[in-house]
Design a protein around this ligand. Structure first.
Ligand code: HEM
Length: 289
Protein backbone atom coordinates (compact mmCIF):
# COMPACT_ATOMS: atom_id res chain seq x y z
CA UNK A 1 0.00 0.00 0.00
CA UNK A 2 1.12 3.50 -0.73
CA UNK A 3 1.47 5.81 2.19
CA UNK A 4 1.70 9.53 2.64
CA UNK A 5 4.46 10.74 4.85
CA UNK A 6 2.94 12.94 7.52
CA UNK A 7 4.29 16.42 6.98
CA UNK A 8 3.45 19.51 8.95
CA UNK A 9 2.01 22.02 6.64
CA UNK A 10 0.34 25.36 7.06
CA UNK A 11 -1.13 25.93 3.61
CA UNK A 12 -3.96 24.26 1.80
CA UNK A 13 -3.92 23.99 -2.00
CA UNK A 14 -7.55 25.07 -1.90
CA UNK A 15 -6.63 28.51 -0.72
CA UNK A 16 -3.51 28.96 -2.74
CA UNK A 17 -3.74 27.99 -6.38
CA UNK A 18 -0.50 26.44 -7.46
CA UNK A 19 0.56 24.54 -10.49
CA UNK A 20 2.78 21.78 -9.24
CA UNK A 21 3.78 18.74 -11.17
CA UNK A 22 6.15 16.70 -9.09
CA UNK A 23 5.29 14.07 -6.53
CA UNK A 24 7.48 15.52 -3.81
CA UNK A 25 5.55 18.76 -4.01
CA UNK A 26 2.19 17.01 -4.05
CA UNK A 27 2.50 15.08 -0.86
CA UNK A 28 2.97 18.24 1.13
CA UNK A 29 0.47 20.42 -0.68
CA UNK A 30 -2.36 17.95 -0.22
CA UNK A 31 -2.42 18.05 3.52
CA UNK A 32 -5.57 19.53 5.03
CA UNK A 33 -5.10 22.91 6.65
CA UNK A 34 -4.51 23.26 10.38
CA UNK A 35 -4.02 19.59 11.08
CA UNK A 36 -0.94 18.28 12.81
CA UNK A 37 -0.59 15.32 10.44
CA UNK A 38 -2.38 13.19 7.96
CA UNK A 39 -1.04 9.91 6.68
CA UNK A 40 -3.92 8.73 4.48
CA UNK A 41 -3.73 5.11 3.45
CA UNK A 42 -1.21 2.73 4.89
CA UNK A 43 -0.45 4.80 7.93
CA UNK A 44 -2.29 5.91 11.00
CA UNK A 45 -5.42 7.51 9.60
CA UNK A 46 -6.51 10.77 11.11
CA UNK A 47 -9.49 10.21 13.36
CA UNK A 48 -12.68 12.16 12.69
CA UNK A 49 -12.55 15.37 14.68
CA UNK A 50 -15.37 14.44 17.07
CA UNK A 51 -13.60 11.18 17.96
CA UNK A 52 -10.34 12.99 18.63
CA UNK A 53 -12.07 15.24 21.10
CA UNK A 54 -13.80 12.35 22.83
CA UNK A 55 -10.63 10.25 22.94
CA UNK A 56 -8.72 13.21 24.27
CA UNK A 57 -11.10 13.39 27.22
CA UNK A 58 -12.29 16.87 26.30
CA UNK A 59 -15.91 17.96 26.37
CA UNK A 60 -17.72 15.13 24.59
CA UNK A 61 -21.27 16.28 25.33
CA UNK A 62 -20.85 19.59 23.54
CA UNK A 63 -18.93 17.97 20.71
CA UNK A 64 -21.59 15.29 20.24
CA UNK A 65 -24.16 18.04 19.75
CA UNK A 66 -21.98 19.65 17.10
CA UNK A 67 -21.56 16.29 15.38
CA UNK A 68 -25.33 15.77 15.39
CA UNK A 69 -25.83 19.15 13.77
CA UNK A 70 -23.28 18.28 11.09
CA UNK A 71 -25.06 15.05 10.28
CA UNK A 72 -28.21 17.02 9.53
CA UNK A 73 -26.37 19.64 7.51
CA UNK A 74 -24.79 17.26 4.98
CA UNK A 75 -27.22 14.70 3.54
CA UNK A 76 -25.68 11.24 3.52
CA UNK A 77 -22.84 12.24 5.85
CA UNK A 78 -23.73 9.66 8.48
CA UNK A 79 -23.07 6.86 5.99
CA UNK A 80 -19.77 8.24 4.73
CA UNK A 81 -18.61 10.71 2.12
CA UNK A 82 -19.55 8.56 -0.89
CA UNK A 83 -23.16 8.83 0.20
CA UNK A 84 -22.79 12.61 0.18
CA UNK A 85 -21.40 12.47 -3.36
CA UNK A 86 -24.22 10.15 -4.40
CA UNK A 87 -26.85 12.45 -2.92
CA UNK A 88 -25.56 15.43 -4.91
CA UNK A 89 -25.24 13.35 -8.09
CA UNK A 90 -28.75 11.90 -7.88
CA UNK A 91 -30.26 15.36 -7.63
CA UNK A 92 -28.51 16.35 -10.86
CA UNK A 93 -30.32 13.64 -12.81
CA UNK A 94 -33.60 14.48 -14.51
CA UNK A 95 -36.76 12.70 -13.38
CA UNK A 96 -36.69 10.94 -16.74
CA UNK A 97 -33.23 9.54 -15.98
CA UNK A 98 -33.71 8.39 -12.40
CA UNK A 99 -36.40 8.38 -9.71
CA UNK A 100 -34.37 10.61 -7.38
CA UNK A 101 -33.64 13.13 -10.15
CA UNK A 102 -34.74 16.75 -9.75
CA UNK A 103 -33.31 18.51 -12.78
CA UNK A 104 -35.37 19.78 -15.66
CA UNK A 105 -34.74 18.18 -19.07
CA UNK A 106 -32.77 20.68 -21.17
CA UNK A 107 -30.82 18.60 -23.68
CA UNK A 108 -31.59 15.44 -25.67
CA UNK A 109 -29.47 13.06 -23.56
CA UNK A 110 -31.40 14.13 -20.44
CA UNK A 111 -34.60 12.60 -21.77
CA UNK A 112 -35.58 9.08 -20.83
CA UNK A 113 -33.22 6.57 -22.45
CA UNK A 114 -36.39 4.83 -23.65
CA UNK A 115 -37.04 7.79 -25.94
CA UNK A 116 -33.54 7.83 -27.44
CA UNK A 117 -32.93 7.25 -31.12
CA UNK A 118 -29.27 6.29 -31.26
CA UNK A 119 -27.14 5.74 -34.38
CA UNK A 120 -24.21 3.33 -34.69
CA UNK A 121 -21.95 6.16 -35.85
CA UNK A 122 -22.95 8.30 -32.88
CA UNK A 123 -22.52 5.39 -30.49
CA UNK A 124 -19.03 4.79 -31.89
CA UNK A 125 -18.16 8.44 -31.28
CA UNK A 126 -19.39 7.99 -27.69
CA UNK A 127 -17.30 4.82 -27.20
CA UNK A 128 -14.15 6.44 -28.64
CA UNK A 129 -14.47 9.52 -26.41
CA UNK A 130 -15.35 7.38 -23.39
CA UNK A 131 -12.22 5.33 -24.02
CA UNK A 132 -10.11 8.47 -24.01
CA UNK A 133 -11.62 9.46 -20.65
CA UNK A 134 -11.03 6.01 -19.12
CA UNK A 135 -7.49 5.83 -20.59
CA UNK A 136 -6.82 9.17 -18.92
CA UNK A 137 -8.31 8.26 -15.53
CA UNK A 138 -6.44 4.97 -15.51
CA UNK A 139 -3.15 6.62 -16.48
CA UNK A 140 -3.61 9.25 -13.77
CA UNK A 141 -4.01 6.63 -11.03
CA UNK A 142 -1.14 4.59 -12.47
CA UNK A 143 1.16 7.62 -12.37
CA UNK A 144 -0.21 8.59 -8.94
CA UNK A 145 0.97 12.21 -8.85
CA UNK A 146 -0.55 12.23 -5.37
CA UNK A 147 0.44 8.97 -3.69
CA UNK A 148 -3.09 8.16 -2.53
CA UNK A 149 -4.27 7.90 -6.17
CA UNK A 150 -2.41 4.59 -6.27
CA UNK A 151 -5.15 3.12 -4.06
CA UNK A 152 -7.46 3.38 -7.06
CA UNK A 153 -5.31 1.20 -9.34
CA UNK A 154 -6.66 -2.21 -10.33
CA UNK A 155 -10.06 -1.76 -8.72
CA UNK A 156 -11.66 -4.03 -11.30
CA UNK A 157 -13.78 -1.08 -12.52
CA UNK A 158 -11.25 -0.14 -15.26
CA UNK A 159 -12.85 0.18 -18.70
CA UNK A 160 -9.98 1.04 -21.02
CA UNK A 161 -9.04 -2.48 -22.15
CA UNK A 162 -12.68 -3.52 -22.44
CA UNK A 163 -13.38 -0.57 -24.73
CA UNK A 164 -10.31 -1.41 -26.84
CA UNK A 165 -11.81 -4.88 -27.45
CA UNK A 166 -15.19 -3.40 -28.37
CA UNK A 167 -13.66 -0.98 -30.85
CA UNK A 168 -11.76 -3.89 -32.39
CA UNK A 169 -15.08 -5.73 -32.78
CA UNK A 170 -16.65 -2.74 -34.55
CA UNK A 171 -13.65 -2.61 -36.88
CA UNK A 172 -14.11 -6.29 -37.72
CA UNK A 173 -17.73 -5.50 -38.59
CA UNK A 174 -16.45 -3.01 -41.16
CA UNK A 175 -17.01 0.24 -39.25
CA UNK A 176 -14.46 3.04 -39.42
CA UNK A 177 -13.33 4.02 -35.93
CA UNK A 178 -13.42 7.83 -35.61
CA UNK A 179 -10.80 9.98 -33.92
CA UNK A 180 -11.74 11.30 -30.47
CA UNK A 181 -13.83 14.48 -30.68
CA UNK A 182 -13.79 17.64 -28.59
CA UNK A 183 -16.06 16.46 -25.71
CA UNK A 184 -13.62 13.62 -24.94
CA UNK A 185 -10.42 15.52 -25.74
CA UNK A 186 -11.41 18.53 -23.63
CA UNK A 187 -12.59 16.39 -20.73
CA UNK A 188 -9.39 14.30 -20.75
CA UNK A 189 -7.26 17.44 -20.68
CA UNK A 190 -9.34 18.88 -17.85
CA UNK A 191 -8.97 15.67 -15.83
CA UNK A 192 -5.19 15.73 -16.18
CA UNK A 193 -5.02 19.35 -15.00
CA UNK A 194 -7.37 18.71 -12.09
CA UNK A 195 -5.53 15.60 -10.99
CA UNK A 196 -2.32 17.63 -10.68
CA UNK A 197 -3.65 20.56 -8.73
CA UNK A 198 -6.96 19.70 -7.11
CA UNK A 199 -7.35 16.13 -5.75
CA UNK A 200 -10.83 16.53 -4.16
CA UNK A 201 -12.25 17.86 -7.44
CA UNK A 202 -10.47 15.09 -9.36
CA UNK A 203 -11.90 12.46 -7.02
CA UNK A 204 -15.39 13.81 -7.72
CA UNK A 205 -14.92 13.04 -11.43
CA UNK A 206 -13.34 9.67 -10.68
CA UNK A 207 -16.36 8.67 -8.58
CA UNK A 208 -18.97 9.97 -10.99
CA UNK A 209 -17.47 8.49 -14.15
CA UNK A 210 -17.08 4.95 -12.77
CA UNK A 211 -20.29 4.85 -10.74
CA UNK A 212 -22.44 6.46 -13.43
CA UNK A 213 -21.31 3.80 -15.86
CA UNK A 214 -22.27 1.02 -13.45
CA UNK A 215 -25.80 2.46 -13.10
CA UNK A 216 -27.25 4.58 -15.94
CA UNK A 217 -24.44 3.48 -18.24
CA UNK A 218 -25.63 -0.11 -18.17
CA UNK A 219 -29.22 0.95 -18.92
CA UNK A 220 -27.90 2.84 -21.94
CA UNK A 221 -25.86 -0.19 -23.02
CA UNK A 222 -28.88 -2.50 -22.94
CA UNK A 223 -31.10 -0.05 -24.77
CA UNK A 224 -28.58 0.72 -27.52
CA UNK A 225 -27.66 -2.95 -27.99
CA UNK A 226 -31.31 -3.82 -28.47
CA UNK A 227 -32.05 -0.96 -30.84
CA UNK A 228 -29.03 -0.89 -33.12
CA UNK A 229 -26.61 -3.74 -32.32
CA UNK A 230 -28.81 -6.79 -32.54
CA UNK A 231 -28.43 -7.27 -28.75
CA UNK A 232 -24.63 -7.57 -28.96
CA UNK A 233 -23.21 -7.57 -25.40
CA UNK A 234 -20.25 -5.22 -25.43
CA UNK A 235 -17.26 -5.78 -23.13
CA UNK A 236 -17.77 -2.21 -21.83
CA UNK A 237 -20.69 -3.55 -19.80
CA UNK A 238 -18.94 -6.63 -18.40
CA UNK A 239 -16.85 -6.75 -15.24
CA UNK A 240 -14.54 -9.51 -14.04
CA UNK A 241 -15.96 -10.42 -10.66
CA UNK A 242 -18.97 -9.28 -8.71
CA UNK A 243 -19.69 -5.68 -9.70
CA UNK A 244 -21.45 -4.73 -6.47
CA UNK A 245 -18.45 -5.95 -4.47
CA UNK A 246 -16.02 -4.06 -6.72
CA UNK A 247 -18.08 -0.90 -6.26
CA UNK A 248 -18.21 -1.41 -2.51
CA UNK A 249 -14.42 -1.79 -2.35
CA UNK A 250 -14.01 1.54 -4.14
CA UNK A 251 -16.65 3.19 -1.92
CA UNK A 252 -14.67 2.06 1.14
CA UNK A 253 -11.45 3.53 -0.22
CA UNK A 254 -13.11 6.80 -1.20
CA UNK A 255 -14.66 7.11 2.25
CA UNK A 256 -11.29 6.45 3.85
CA UNK A 257 -9.56 9.10 1.73
CA UNK A 258 -12.25 11.69 2.45
CA UNK A 259 -11.92 11.09 6.18
CA UNK A 260 -8.66 12.99 5.96
CA UNK A 261 -10.30 15.99 4.27
CA UNK A 262 -11.50 19.17 5.89
CA UNK A 263 -15.15 20.13 5.49
CA UNK A 264 -14.04 22.76 2.95
CA UNK A 265 -12.29 20.13 0.87
CA UNK A 266 -15.35 17.88 1.00
CA UNK A 267 -17.62 20.75 -0.08
CA UNK A 268 -15.21 21.62 -2.86
CA UNK A 269 -15.38 18.02 -4.08
CA UNK A 270 -19.20 18.02 -3.99
CA UNK A 271 -19.33 21.32 -5.88
CA UNK A 272 -17.48 19.72 -8.77
CA UNK A 273 -20.36 17.30 -9.41
CA UNK A 274 -22.13 19.71 -11.72
CA UNK A 275 -19.07 20.02 -13.93
CA UNK A 276 -18.78 16.23 -13.96
CA UNK A 277 -22.36 15.93 -15.24
CA UNK A 278 -21.70 18.59 -17.85
CA UNK A 279 -18.59 16.85 -19.22
CA UNK A 280 -20.14 13.36 -19.21
CA UNK A 281 -23.39 14.75 -20.62
CA UNK A 282 -21.54 16.13 -23.64
CA UNK A 283 -20.01 12.72 -24.29
CA UNK A 284 -23.38 10.96 -23.82
CA UNK A 285 -24.95 13.35 -26.32
CA UNK A 286 -22.65 11.93 -29.01
CA UNK A 287 -24.77 8.76 -28.99
CA UNK A 288 -27.61 10.78 -30.44
CA UNK A 289 -25.45 12.62 -33.01
C1 HEM B 1 -28.82 9.05 -19.64
C2 HEM B 1 -28.14 9.40 -18.59
C3 HEM B 1 -28.30 8.79 -17.24
C4 HEM B 1 -29.19 7.91 -16.75
C5 HEM B 1 -30.35 7.26 -17.48
C6 HEM B 1 -28.85 7.66 -15.37
C7 HEM B 1 -29.54 6.83 -14.53
C8 HEM B 1 -29.17 6.47 -13.28
C9 HEM B 1 -29.84 5.52 -12.42
C10 HEM B 1 -31.12 4.79 -12.78
C11 HEM B 1 -29.14 5.41 -11.29
C12 HEM B 1 -29.43 4.45 -10.13
C13 HEM B 1 -30.27 5.08 -9.08
C14 HEM B 1 -30.48 4.14 -7.93
O1 HEM B 1 -29.51 3.69 -7.31
O2 HEM B 1 -31.65 3.84 -7.67
C15 HEM B 1 -28.01 6.29 -11.41
C16 HEM B 1 -27.05 6.43 -10.45
C17 HEM B 1 -25.99 7.26 -10.56
N1 HEM B 1 -25.68 8.09 -11.62
FE1 HEM B 1 -26.74 8.29 -13.30
N2 HEM B 1 -27.75 8.38 -15.05
C18 HEM B 1 -27.37 9.08 -16.16
C19 HEM B 1 -26.32 9.94 -16.27
C20 HEM B 1 -25.42 10.19 -15.28
C21 HEM B 1 -24.32 11.10 -15.39
C22 HEM B 1 -24.01 11.97 -16.61
C23 HEM B 1 -23.65 11.03 -14.20
C24 HEM B 1 -22.41 11.77 -13.80
C25 HEM B 1 -21.34 11.83 -14.56
C26 HEM B 1 -24.33 10.08 -13.35
C27 HEM B 1 -23.94 9.72 -12.08
C28 HEM B 1 -24.56 8.77 -11.31
C29 HEM B 1 -24.09 8.33 -10.01
C30 HEM B 1 -22.84 8.81 -9.30
C31 HEM B 1 -24.99 7.39 -9.55
C32 HEM B 1 -24.92 6.62 -8.22
C33 HEM B 1 -24.43 5.21 -8.47
C34 HEM B 1 -24.35 4.36 -7.22
O3 HEM B 1 -24.80 4.76 -6.17
O4 HEM B 1 -23.82 3.27 -7.33
N3 HEM B 1 -25.39 9.59 -14.04
N4 HEM B 1 -28.05 6.93 -12.63
Amino acid sequence: MASLTPIFHQRSYLYEAQSVTRQSQFSSSFLPRNLPSWSGFGGISRMPLRMEVAAGGGVPVVEATTAEKQKKRYPGEAKGFVEEMRFVAMRLHTREQAKEGEKEVKSPEEKSVMKWEPTVEGYLRFLVDSKLVYDTLERIVDNAAFPFYAEFRNTGLERSEKLAKDLEWFKEQGYAIPEPSSPGVDYAQYLVELSEKDPPAFICHFYNVYFAHSAGGRMIGRKVAKQILNNKDLEFYKWDGDLSQLLQNVRDKLNQVAEGWTREEKDHCLEETEKSFKCSGEILRLILS
